[in-house]
Ligand binder design. Structure first.
Ligand code: ATP
Ligand code: AMO
Length: 434
């Protein structure tokens, strides 16, 4: 490993080796500067042409922008330098030359379209504001994991190659599994439920889900990251409490640990951790409020799913995160339990951000007979789910849980316009590589 000092740690009086990318070369004649960039920031390297070894000057100033170099020398205070210090080099090693023609400009002076950025993610993530999105994403996942630990959960990993789908309304990606038909999993739903009946009781998973969505939208991916929770002896209200805890913890983690990244994104002043309880609106109230906004051409009636414009109108009306509860049973999946006193009404809920849905969840049907009936009503063959249903005959406790779209959380938290900006290498209708 190269024994190097990060640019942010280089103090006047230190003798250091700094290594990174040539961000900029400013040649002023007798004096020239190379601005070297690493993950922590930038540092100026000074070349005084008349006073320094010719070869050293040639090497240092002869490289193209974005080449990788290591510079060894003395750090000195220099008020005119961008960071107040500069390095006077004794040696410059060119570790990797960059072509003079770059597909995108990491200094950000020239804007690039999203497809160009996605095709050149390596260069794109040299920009502080793009790198910041992924550092914040990592912090969101770290804080979510910690919040799940507070809740007493065990982290699990479930298979992504499966024999059956569970989430109606979206297609499956078929694959061939040793000559048999198989699919990429749409959700850990059934597996996480199986684990609440195990000795683990309360679990979470952060992993990929695969959905063959036909449409291309700014908020759908074909491979997304699902943050899933499931707990024994929870009802839907307990599950909503847990959901609120995890979402707020993600915001808190970012507020506490990502100030620099928020600054890079120009969000430091406006970033807010959501305060107070997220309002819980019943589906019925939700459609009434949407109808009252007058934003839709037609009035919604009981049983309609909430259209995107309706969600937006309600989001503007509420002005923050909110839950929609008590959905009609007929538009929620078979595994969601109905209310005991009203079979038309489910315990399903969604957590909404004013811009879009973030979470779906609910209490689950844990009674074997009811569960099998639900499969039949949804047109699914209970026999092909035998591996799942049979465990409901061996002591499956009442339970509840939810799934949170990881990229949607990042996107809504940072106000990104397109969900693809929240994924390193998005998968969509047009994009299978990189
Ligand atoms: P010469 O003295 O050989 O003619 P020059 O005129 O190009 O070379 P300077 O007059 O020393 O060099 O500086 C040119 C510009 O660079 C000035 O605007 C000066 O403020 C700036 N400058 C000089 N040294 C530094 C430094 N260490 N950091 C940042 N800016 C500097
Ligand atoms: P659902 O299908 O609503 O519920 O998915 C849960 C959450 O995952 C996110 N999401 C997506 N994000 C990006 N692109 C997609 N194509 C995509 N599809 C879903 C959304 C959504 O709210 N098994 C249930 C969860 C549960 O009940 O525990 C489920 O998968 O943010």
């Amino acid at each position: 490993m190269l024994d190097r000092t990060y640019t942010a740690d280089a103090e006047p009086g230190d003798h250091v080796t700094v290594a990174g990318w040539v961000h900029e070369i400013r040649d002023l004649g007798g004096i020239a500067f190379v601005i070297l960039r690493d993950k922590t920031g930038q540092i100026q390297v000074k070349f005084e042409k008349d006073e320094m070894d010719e070869e050293l000057v040639e090497t240092g100033l002869g490289v193209h922008r974005e080449s990788v170099v290591a510079v060894t020398g003395e750090v000195e205070e220099e008020p005119r330098a961008p960071t107040g210090v500069e390095v006077t080099p004794e040696s410059v090693d060119v570790l990797a030359e960059a072509d003079p023609e770059l597909p995108l400009d990491p200094s950000g002076k020239v804007d690039a379209e999203l497809p160009t950025r996605l095709n050149n993610r390596t260069l794109d993530l040299r920009k502080p504001e793009v790198k910041a999105v992924f550092e914040i994403r990592a912090e969101i996942l770290r804080s979510a994991r910690e919040a799940f630990r507070d809740l007493g959960c065990t982290e699990i990993n479930t298979p992504k190659i499966v024999a059956t789908g569970t989430e109606g309304g979206t297609e499956l990606f078929p694959i061939t599994y040793f000559g048999e038909e198989a699919f990429m999993n749409q959700s850990p739903q059934l597996f996480k439920q199986l684990m609440v009946g195990s000795g683990l009781e309360r679990v979470f998973e952060i992993g990929p889900i695969f959905r063959a969505e036909e449409h291309n939208t700014p908020r759908h991916l074909n491979e997304a990251t699902s943050i899933d929770f499931e707990s024994a002896f929870f009802d839907h209200t307990d599950a909503m409490d847990a959901c609120e805890h995890v979402v707020k913890a993600a915001y808190e983690g970012v507020a506490e640990n990502c100030q620099q990244q928020l600054e890079a994104l120009d969000l430091a002043d406006e970033f807010e951790v959501p305060e107070g309880e997220f309002p819980r609106l019943s589906y019925e109230e939700a459609i009434e409020r949407i109808n009252a906004t007058g934003e839709l051409d037609t009035q919604l009636v009981w049983g309609d799913d909430l259209p995107t414009e309706g969600e937006k109108a309600l989001g503007d009306d509420v002005g923050g995160h909110y839950f929609v509860t008590d959905w009609p049973s007929e538009i929620k999946p078979f595994y969601i339990k109905d209310h005991d006193d009203d079979e038309q009404l489910s315990t399903g809920f969604d957590l909404m951000h004013p811009r879009m849905e973030l979470v779906s969840g609910g209490q689950r049907e844990h009674r074997f007979d009811r569960l099998v009936e639900g499969f039949e009503q949804q047109g699914l063959d209970p026999d092909s789910f035998d591996y799942y249903t049979k465990m409901f005959r061996y002591g499956m406790p009442p339970h509840a849980g939810w799934g949170l779209g990881g990229e949607r959380l990042v996107m809504t938290m940072l106000g990104l316009q397109n969900i693809r900006e929240a994924v390193l290498f998005p998968r969509d209708r047009q994009r299978l590589s990189p």
